[in-house]
Design a protein around this ligand. Structure first.
Ligand code: GLA
Length: 693
């Protein structure tokens, strides 16, 4: 049973981990344990008794509460903050009851006086070694309650303050930089205020004791299943209690909870491993792959001409690209921006989702038909949430955008954001996109979002204006979810000027993420490594392009083969030698993609911390096959040898490793330093195969 009761509490057990909490002698719901699974129920420590220190530090300030309210003489980060109808801004949550239902535990809390119920939901993903938490707020009274903070969880680390936080930061064109920094007394905030997930931080944390690496060390890690404003507040209290708060961003947030209504905060997922950051990532990868709309279905090799042609697309030129791409072995041809009404540049067209009559006089069908005849699937780019002021849609509905009544509407890339919190906007988008999907044989949609919010107003809404942050995201989910349900075979990709909307919420709708507009091979090595902390390789589309052209085509292919391979170069410029080489790599990729897309990933040498030496290995789940990619981007003087040790092999089984003589046991290979004879800007791909007997 994944959920047990223990004296004065509960324990949630996964295959290897356990998470325990209960009521302390003062009746507060208190964290007890999070770590390796223990053999006996009595092994889990009791809830710590309330301590009395001084009048400045009340017992509740010193108690690691599971879901602290805003009350008492307490100054730790609370999980919720509400204002009741009479103006009271204090929440005293008392335990009411608990329900166990298979892998679920629900803890019902009630305010001591006011008509607010809060249910903490816990779900155990036992085989995946993850725990999911979220909270539901219910107004049981007859007057509205305003919610001003509604976190999903507070995750407690074992008492102590020598922890280190790893997180992902960046910016457009430079996403997913791994940051590792000590957590010290105070609050470290990571967040998005951009109405979407953001390039600048990913909703991800990994906490260790300061010396974990890819292979070893305890790591507590987690994320949030949400695609809008989010916040992580990692706090070390003045009494060395370390906790990670995660949930909706409370910045500018308010929600009016009317009588009888409920509000559900998004889920947070978290886990614990004893063997380093690599194991944390693999745990998350397995979880994600199982839940993608199309599971771990293999992704096709794609071509997209965006970087080659920008807006200059029409039926003839796209057909030409399609013919060349098909000859290389490409399986999915995607037409990017530029195909719809009036879209000759980025100053016009967004919102008018029908084919441009000049470029596609007979609609999209002739191109789609030709692409299908060539044996490829057809895919299309859209950016549904946006509108250019120069569009028919905006001329008809200027009030449909997010704005404040008496403020100028700030444009980003010449566009404004449609207010997807509005049902009429949602319905418009559903209708128009459904028409495109119904009239054409479309297998893939790249859903883009190319700016962040400004003037976050909704003048016509009679409710609480600040609900827009959540209602917008729910609107995106509704439009996308409705279309996905009507067209279940379509593979969707989440793009937001690269990796601006990469999160576990969007991966309930999208199978893939466009992780960066930076497709340069050396830059990508680092961006891909950062992305892999949280996301598996099958969700990562990676193109070979003409960026960083000084790199060999082989190098560029190897980089992109580490994910779901695509090509974005100008194929008309490739000579016969280059096309032959591409053909060869695409064929190799098709052979090894099950290992990459469905296997376990090991980061052997870090691109971000690795002195110009990067190595990534993928191992099939049955450990019969593996593939190693190694890259060198800087040769220090005097040259350092570049060696790798393989990982993830069956120690007893025997393997061959391409480029090395003989068949040896997995244990032997994993304990031998293999020399990679790489020059600068050089790369290699080695296949590793189990041999019989
Ligand atoms: C964004 C995307 C690109 C491309 C352009 C089109 O920048 O990230 O891949 O689709 O939009 O305008």
């Amino acid at each position: 049973m994944p959920v047990h009761t223990i004296p004065d509490g509960w324990v949630l057990e996964t295959a290897h981990t356990a998470y325990a909490f209960g009521l302390n002698p003062a009746g507060l719901l208190t964290h007890r344990y999070w770590g390796v699974r223990l053999p006996y129920p009595d092994d889990y420590p009791p809830a710590p008794a309330p301590m009395n220190w001084a009048s400045f530090n009340n017992p509740s300030h010193l108690t690691p509460e599971e879901y602290p309210g805003t009350n008492d003489i307490k100054f730790v980060e609370p999980c919720l903050k509400v204002t009741f109808a009479d103006g009271t801004r204090d929440t005293v949550l008392r335990f009411d009851s608990a329900e166990i239902d298979g892998e679920n535990l629900r803890i019902h809390l009630r305010d001591a006086f006011y008509p607010l119920n809060v249910t903490l939901h816990y779900r155990v993903h036992a085989e995946r070694d993850l725990i999911e938490r979220y909270a539901v707020f219910v107004n049981t009274g007859d007057q509205p309650i305003t919610i001003e903070r509604a976190f999903s969880a507070q995750w407690h680390l074992p008492i102590g303050d020598h922890y280190r936080l790893s997180h992902l930061s960046g910016r457009w064109f430079d996403e997913f930089n791994i940051q590792r920094e000590p957590l010290v007394q105070g609050v470290k905030v990571l967040e998005s205020r951009r109405i979407t997930t953001g390039h600048h931080h990913a909703p991800f944390f990994a906490v260790d004791r300061g010396h974990a690496d890819e292979e070893s060390g305890e790591v507590w890690f987690g994320t949030l299943v949400w695609s809008g404003n989010w916040k992580i507040a990692a706090e070390v209290t003045d009494f060395a209690s370390t906790r990670i708060n995660i949930g909706l961003n409370d910045w500018d947030f308010a929600w009016r909870l009317n009588p009888g209504e409920s509000f559900t905060a998004p889920a947070s997922l978290a886990g614990y491993v004893q063997n380093g950051f690599g194991a944390a990532s693999r745990t998350l990868h397995d979880y994600v792959r199982e839940r993608l709309p199309h599971g771990d279905a293999l992704h096709k090799v794609l071509y997209n001409s965006w970087e080659a042609t920008f807006f200059d697309v029409d039926v003839n030129s796209q057909t030409k690209f399609a013919e060349i791409a098909a000859g290389l072995g490409v399986e999915l041809f995607v037409m990017d921006d530029g195909w719809f009404h009036g879209r000759d540049h980025d100053r016009a067209g967004l919102g008018d989702w029908w084919p441009d009559a000049k470029k596609f006089p007979n609609g999209l069908s002739p191109l789609v038909k030709r692409v299908n005849e060539l044996g490829m699937d057809f895919g299309l780019w859209v950016e549904p949430e946006m509108v250019n002021p120069d569009s028919d849609l905006y001329r008809q509905h200027p009030d449909w955008v997010i704005h404040f009544a008496n403020r100028e509407r700030t444009e980003g890339r010449n566009q404004l954001i449609l207010n997807l919190a509005r049902a009429d906007v949602q319905d418009y988008l559903i209708d128009h996109l459904d028409t495109i999907l119904s009239e054409n044989n479309i297998a893939f949609i790249k859903w883009d979002m190319n700016r962040n919010v400004s003037e976050p107003g909704w003048p016509s809404y009679e409710g609480e204006q600040r609900e827009i942050w959540v209602r917008y995201v729910e609107g995106v989910y509704r439009v996308w979810g409705t279309l996905a349900a009507r067209h279940p075979k379509v593979i969707w990709q989440s793009c937001s000027g690269g990796g601006g909307r990469a999160d576990y919420g969007i991966l309930r709708l999208a199978d893939q993420i466009w992780i960066s507009d930076n497709t340069g091979g050396t830059a990508r090595l680092g961006i891909q490594e950062g992305f892999s902390q949280l996301f598996p390789a099958n969700t990562m589309e990676a193109w070979v392009t003409d960026m960083e052209k000084h790199l060999s085509l082989t190098f560029r292919f190897h980089v992109s083969m580490c994910g779901s391979l695509g090509i974005g170069a100008n194929l008309t410029h490739w000579n016969e030698r280059e096309r032959n080489e591409a053909r060869r790599w695409i064929a190799v990729y098709k052979e090894i993609r099950p290992i990459i897309q469905q296997g376990d990933q090991y980061r052997l040498h870090s691109a971000q911390f690795g002195e110009g030496r990067t190595a990534v290995q993928y191992v099939s789940k049955d450990q019969r096959e593996s593939v190693l990619f190694a890259f060198r981007t800087h040769v220090p003087d005097p040259a350092q040898p570049f060696t790798v040790r393989l990982r993830g092999l069956n120690p007893q089984a025997r393997y061959t490793v391409e480029g090395f003589d003989g068949a040896r046991s997995g244990l032997a290979w994993m304990n031998t330093d293999l020399l990679m004879p790489l020059l600068n800007f050089d790369s290699t791909l080695r296949r590793i195969r189990q041999v019989e007997g």
